[in-house]
Design a protein around this ligand. Structure first.
Ligand code: IPM
Ligand code: MG
Length: 370
């Protein structure tokens, strides 16, 4: 039986609460006599929790563990407590350092509208019911990491702030390939979103995506779309989308928008993947798209579904355990069908439960469904 090392980084705010529910699922999988793998887990600090302990948002020792792990599960980072720490060591810098050091350039953010939740979306049921799209966000380049990135004093009482949006051909090529490969396993359609009408990086983005398409993926339908139009179309008619590929910043925004198709930011999982090594293994980090939600932290109210669904993505993408991933995702769907809801997705006629109850209900359904 295979043994895998998982590094759990619960982080801040609701991170530890939602991670606790994943830990229970991991324990359950480990206890299965017919299990196909055993997971060794180790927990460590990141974000504000690491700042409190070590003065920096991720220590070298933690980064070493992340580099050595078969997958990292990440909760959330940040909160008002650390609003005044220096920009370089803010909690989010821990997450950005992980993405960069592990070279996790491909961020997959699936937005699926569970039928039971269609009424929780602020959009009309007929618009969102059946939405099943995947945002493929470039995660290690663009304006997040481009240099210069600075605020300079101009000496006349004014300051100038600069962020740099920069992409090279190879960066666009490799993320385009991820998008086309995924589309082939889905509905074979890719929208590539950029702003070629105002940005040079958009011009190159379109050129490179087109070239990769023509060379190796002519069987996939490719449409180029301006990113602002994409944002509008996501609200107007989200079911037209299968895979959307875009740069780091547009992906950040479009994925928050797509989350609302699913009813709540508390529903959206994500996978961040690196390139395969010689043995075909990819470095990987799995995290919910929601943040640390300091306003509800520590109250047992947080929705653990995005975190649990992120672990299901780990089963699927890192461990080739699609059957187990189906068991987890099926259990989530059934619990929702039964009318159990955390407060963020509550609706009239449903039963509102807390984080631990939701986790326990999903586990119960897994037992019943496996
Ligand atoms: C996300 C988050 C992060 C990002 C923050 C926490 C740095 O919003 O993963 O979408 O901007 O990438
Ligand atoms: Mg974001």
């Amino acid at each position: 039986m295979a043994t895998y090392d998982l590094l759990l980084l619960p982080g801040d705010g609701i991170g530890p609460e939602v991670m606790a529910e994943v830990s229970r699922i991991i324990d359950w999988l480990n206890a299965q006599a017919q299990g196909r793998a055993t997971f060794n887990t180790e927990s460590d600090l990141v974000g504000g929790a690491a700042i409190d302990a070590h003065g920096i948002p991720i220590s070298d020792a933690t980064m070493e563990k992340a580099l050595g792990a078969d997958a990292v599960l990440f909760g959330a980072a940040g909160g008002p407590k650390w609003d005044d720490v220096a920009y370089e060591i803010r909690p989010e810098a821990g997450l950005l350092a992980l993405r960069k050091e592990l070279d996790l350039f491909a961020n997959l953010r699936p937005a699926i509208c569970y039928p039971a939740l269609a009424d929780s979306s602020p959009l009309k049921r007929e618009l969102v019911e059946g939405v099943d799209l995947m945002i493929v966000r470039e995660l290690t380049g663009g304006v997040y990491f481009g240099e210069p990135k600075e605020i300079v004093e101009l000496g006349n009482g004014q300051k100038r702030a600069v962020d740099t949006q920069v992409y090279e051909t190879w960066e666009i090529e490799r993320i385009a390939r991820v998008a086309f490969d995924l589309a082939r396993k889905r509905r074979n359609q890719v929208h590539s979103a950029e702003k070629r009408n105002v940005m040079k990086s958009g011009v190159l983005w379109r050129e490179v995506v087109s070239a990769v398409h023509a060379a190796d993926y002519a069987d996939v339908t490719l449409e180029h779309i301006l990113a602002d139009n994409c944002a509008m179309q996501l609200i107007r008619a989200p079911k037209q989308f299968d895979v959307i590929v875009c740069d780091n910043l547009f992906g950040d925004m479009l994925s928050d928008e797509a989350a609302m198709m699913t009813g709540s930011l508390g529903m959206l999982p994500s996978a961040s993947l690196g390139s395969p090594d010689e043995s075909g293994r990819r470095k990987a980090l799995y995290e919910p798209v929601h943040g640390s939600a300091p306003d509800i932290a520590g109250q047992g109210k947080a929705n653990p579904i995005a975190m649990i669904a992120s672990f299901a993505m780990a089963l699927r993408y890192s461990f080739d355990m699609a059957a187990e991933a189906d068991v987890v995702e099926g259990a989530i769907a059934r619990v929702l069908e039964k009318g159990l809801r955390t407060p963020d997705i509550a609706a009239p006629g449903t039963e509102v439960v807390g984080t631990a109850e939701m986790g326990a209900a999903i586990l119960e359904e897994m037992e019943a469904g496996s």
